[in-house]
Write a protein that binds this ligand. Structure first.
Ligand SMILES: Cc1cc2nc3c(=O)[nH]c(=O)nc-3n(C[C@H](O)[C@H](O)[C@H](O)COP(=O)(O)OP(=O)(O)OC[C@H]3O[C@@H](n4cnc5c(N)ncnc54)[C@H](O)[C@@H]3O)c2cc1C
Length: 415
């Protein structure tokens, strides 16, 4: 047994582990994060490739996230906003639909855009009003059905659900069936209504780096893959053993259920996504907006140009294009097929784009069925070991941070 007796051992340095460690450290409790990979951040990391900032899959930070907003220093993240709305590719054209409460000059254009009826657009306004008046606790206790059922009940037409919600929320939930919990839909819809979707100026990985920078260097051990956990200690794959007063498993749900066989029954199915990055001389969009596939067919779900949102994502004079394809399609030459598909959206210029990288993310989000998320304390304690992570609240940056913070509070309450 090593003689290092830390007060808290945290397995996993994703946002949940970092949020937990930060709170324990701030309360004066010594902590050690054991991170199996070569850097902290977990699913929120950014790689630099030829001067381009490539997030590990397209993600956005919603500036209205209450707990993440409280924990992170938003000013130093230097959040750069997307415009509130989308361009929807339908019937051979990109059509603009804006949030007219935030960009009222688009009232007429958005009302007349053939993405849903005028009644659908009034329903969006009504829904926005309803969710904005609900507290997050009320949302967490609201009846939970699938998002599709919820939208049908709210009276949205099939045209609006198929042409807009499936691709917009498909990009967030990483599934177009809209089988995700309506509570998560309500929460996300509220966040989109109350603030912008943003990218930190230096990439999504800045969220993780900022949290890690608040810990002493010796509080994070990289390349430290944990093989076993128990109430007062862990064993690394290298067979080294460490003892701790509290042990927290802050890994993804599948790893947690391997380390804690009592959780095995709750191991999730995963939603996967493939993100393709291309470099271009010019942005095909020319503005900080997301473009959606409203056709109901094709590989591409959404396209954006992160360098239009935050110029630091690409070297000067270049544009970075990010394309999301849901799942892990097993097609030969995915890159060429995606380019061929986007020819219809942007024209022949797409043939000049240069492929930078394709990220295939098998474990992107745990399945989030109705009546699973936003329930309970946001962490578990089994056999004396604490478990936290996005799978115990909601599969999001906010959910991971809530879970990490609450776990730390539970440990401190017992200290
Ligand atoms: C492509 C994609 C798009 C997304 N889009 C958004 C979005 O737009 N907005 C949003 O809010 N959220 C989004 N999310 C979700 C969000 O990123 C995650 O919910 C959140 O980052 C999960 O954090 P976590 O700490 O719970 O888990 P993780 O990030 O998975 O962290 C777990 C950590 O544990 C480590 N680990 C695993 N096993 C071991 C072991 N045996 N020993 C030691 N360490 C181990 C891992 O290396 C990892 O660092 C997206 C996620 C993905 C992948």
């Amino acid at each position: 047994m090593s003689d290092i007796l830390k007060h808290a051992l945290i397995v996993g340095g994703g946002l949940a582990g970092l949020a937990c460690a930060g709170r324990l450290h701030a309360a004066g409790m010594e902590t050690l994060i054991l991170e199996g990979s070569d850097a902290v951040g977990g699913r929120v990391r950014t790689d630099v490739v030829e001067g381009f900032l490539l997030d590990r899959g397209f993600q956005v930070f919603l500036e209205a996230y209450p707990e993440a907003g409280e924990l992170l220093d938003m000013r130093s993240l230097d959040l750069q906003p997307f415009r509130p709305g989308a361009l929807v590719f339908q019937n051979g054209k990109l059509r603009r639909v804006m949030d007219v409460f935030r960009e009222p000059r688009h009232l007429l254009g958005s009302a007349l855009a053939p993405i849903g009826s005028i009644a659908d657009k009034l329903r969006v306004a009504f829904l926005k009003w309803c969710v904005s008046r609900m507290s997050n606790d009320e949302i967490a206790n609201h009846e939970d059905v699938t998002t599709e059922r919820y939208l049908q009940r709210a009276g949205f037409s099939k045209r609006m659900i198929d042409g807009f919600f499936r691709s917009f929320y498909g990009g967030i939930f990483l599934e177009r069936d809209l089988r995700t919990s309506s509570r998560l839909f309500e929460f996300t819809f509220k966040m989109f209504s109350q603030g912008s979707a943003t990218l930190p100026a230096k990439g999504m990985g800045e969220n993780s780096r900022q949290l890690a920078s608040r810990l002493p260097a010796e509080a994070v051990r990289l390349g430290a893959k944990v093989a076993e956990v128990r109430e007062n200690g862990i064993t690394l794959e290298s067979s080294e053993q460490l003892a701790g007063r509290a042990v927290v498993v802050a890994t993804d749900a599948s790893t947690a259920s391997k380390l804690m066989p009592s959780l095995a029954r709750s191991a999730p199915t995963w939603r996967s996504v493939t993100c393709l990055y291309f470099a271009a001389d010019r942005s095909p969009l020319g503005e900080a907006i997301i473009a959606l596939n409203g056709e109901g067919s094709g590989l591409v779900n959404n396209v954006c140009v992160p360098s239009d949102v935050a110029p630091g994502y690409a070297p000067k004079g270049n544009a970075l294009i990010s394309i999301s394809v849901l799942g892990l399609p097993e097609v030969a030459d995915l890159e060429s097929r995606v380019i061929a598909e986007l020819d219809a959206w942007f024209g022949k210029v797409v043939r000049e784009w240069r492929h930078l990288r394709t990220e295939r993310i098998q474990r992107a989000l745990p399945e989030q069925s109705p009546n699973v998320g936003m329930i309970g304390p946001g962490y578990r304690k089994q056999g004396g070991v604490f478990v936290c992570g996005d799978h115990l609240w909601s599969a999001s940056i906010e959910g991971a941070i809530i879970s990490g913070k609450r776990t730390a509070d539970a440990i401190l309450a017992k200290a």
